[in-house]
Structure formats: structure tokens, C-alpha cells
Design a protein around this ligand. Structure first.
Ligand code: URA
Length: 243
């Protein structure tokens, strides 16, 4: 029987190299070899017997691990930063980051805090971040000004940012602070566009002062303080795979 082969980037992601998209960049950069031949074709298929090396190091399947981190503001969600800003991965113990090739699932802005999933499972990352998947993310927003029902309706129905209308959102007003002229609300969205929440509020004339993600696909900050992390429980991983 002929051996089933899989796309190189898929195999790399499932071995925990990085997300599938990032693996494609790594291949294009000429950092990957298959049976000692550098490969830069994204369509390359590999089988179980092929020797794959990334940066000259043999690819070995590592156990898959999953964490939720309460990201503080002032940290980058990339795995490296040319300006040497602090990275979310620095908040995990070195024994863990040395052992596994971890990366965050999706992004949070430098100045956003809250729920961030971190894993070495490229397959789950791909499932949760591809644009066709509508994973609910809920944010707590402290914004300038007193929000009106009209604006809530507008944001719920969708507003144009970067030339494209946002999908339906759910909003809830938590409190209105008349003295300081600010509002605290939650917004749930199913997209993950760049700086989406900030841009949505800017569009309707209410700049965001503070942004915190309080839930990602049902995973919350419960039991965590800022900067803390915990491993996900098996049933939580199962739920994320079922979304
Ligand atoms: N929306 C934003 O504007 N920023 C984030 O970090 C996440 C969602």
C-alpha cells in the first residue's frame, strides 16, 4: 500500500515548530530540508520516513502542551521582537520554553491584557485562527465618553473598518461613569482582525482607554492574576478542538 503523505508545513506545525502560516514562512526562507535537500516549495509532501530538518535540526514530534496566560499590558505576543520588547513567552518558566517550541494562538496588542492561549500545537492554532472559524472572543472595554443605545446598535450590527464591515457583535454595558465621562462595556466578536476592537470604537467616536480579553472560546481568566498562567485541562482542550 502506498504511504500517505502530508504537506510539509502541516507536518512541521503538528510537530510544534510554529503555526502553519509561520511554518510556510520558514519554508520560504530556505530554513527547511527534506532528506538533506533544502526545500522552498510550499506544495512539498512528506511521508513518515523522510528526514526533515529545520535550521539543521531534526524534527522530532514533541508532546503537545496547552496553557492559558493572563497577559499583562506591555508584552509582545510574537516569539521574538527586533526592538527587544518583553515577550509573553518570557512569563513562562524557562524549563517549559526550553523544552517546547511554544507560540501564542492569535495575537493581542502590546497594550491589551487578558486571555492568551499558548501551545506547540500548530493544528489547534490553525483551527482557531483561520478566518472561516467563528470563535467567540469577549473583551472588557473602558472607553472614553458615555456610550449611547444608538452606538451600541451600530456596533452590534457592524461598522466599516479598513473598508470591510465587521460581523455582528454582542455588547453589554457594565457601568457608565458620568463623573469621569467614561463607560465600561463588554463586546463579543467572532473575528480576529488587526486591532479590531480599538478600530470599531474609534469609528463610532469613542476611543478605547483600556482593553482586556476576558474570554477566548470559553477559556476565561478565572483563578489567574495578571502575568500568571496555568495548563489547560484535558476537557478544555477537547472543547477547543470541537469549536
Ligand atoms: N482588538 C484590539 O483592538 N486589540 C486586541 O489586542 C484584540 C482585539
Amino acid at each position: 500500500m502506498e504511504e500517505t503523505k502530508e504537506r510539509l508545513q502541516k507536518v512541521m506545525a503538528s510537530c510544534g515548530v510554529a503555526s502553519r502560516r509561520k511554518c510556510e514562512e520558514i519554508i520560504l526562507a530556505g530554513r527547511v530540508s527534506v532528506n538533506h535537500q533544502v526545500v522552498t516549495e510550499l506544495g512539498t509532501k512528506v511521508g513518515k520516513k523522510d528526514l526533515i530538518c529545520v535550521d539543521g535540526k531534526e524534527l522530532i514530534k514533541e508532546p503537545l502542551v496547552y496553557y492559558v496566560l493572563y497577559k499583562p499590558t506591555g508584552y509582545m505576543t510574537t516569539v521574538s521582537d527586533p526592538y527587544r520588547r518583553r515577550l509573553v513567552l518570557d512569563l513562562l518558566p524557562k524549563e517549559i520554553t526550553d523544552q517546547y517550541r511554544l507560540f501564542p494562538i492569535g495575537r493581542l496588542d502590546y497594550d491589551t491584557s487578558g486571555v492568551l492561549l499558548i501551545t506547540n500545537d500548530g493544528k489547534l492554532s490553525y483551527r482557531l485562527t483561520r478566518s472561516s472559524k467563528e470563535i467567540e472572543k469577549t473583551y472588557q472595554v473602558r472607553m472614553k465618553g458615555l456610550i449611547t443605545q444608538e452606538v451600541i446598535t451600530e456596533l452590534t450590527k457592524g461598522v466599516i473598518i479598513d473598508g470591510i464591515k465587521t460581523k455582528r457583535a454582542k455588547l453589554e454595558v457594565l457601568s457608565l461613569d458620568k463623573k469621569n465621562q467614561s463607560s465600561l462595556i463588554t463586546i463579543s466578536i467572532t473575528e480576529g482582525r488587526n486591532r479590531q476592537v480599538r478600530k470599531m470604537f474609534e469609528t463610532v467616536g469613542y476611543p478605547v482607554k483600556k482593553l482586556k480579553r476576558i474570554s477566548f472560546g470559553g477559556i476565561t481568566l478565572d483563578g489567574l492574576s495578571v502575568g500568571e498562567y496555568r495548563p489547560l485541562k484535558p476537557h478544555e482542550i477537547k472543547v477547543l478542538y470541537s469549536l
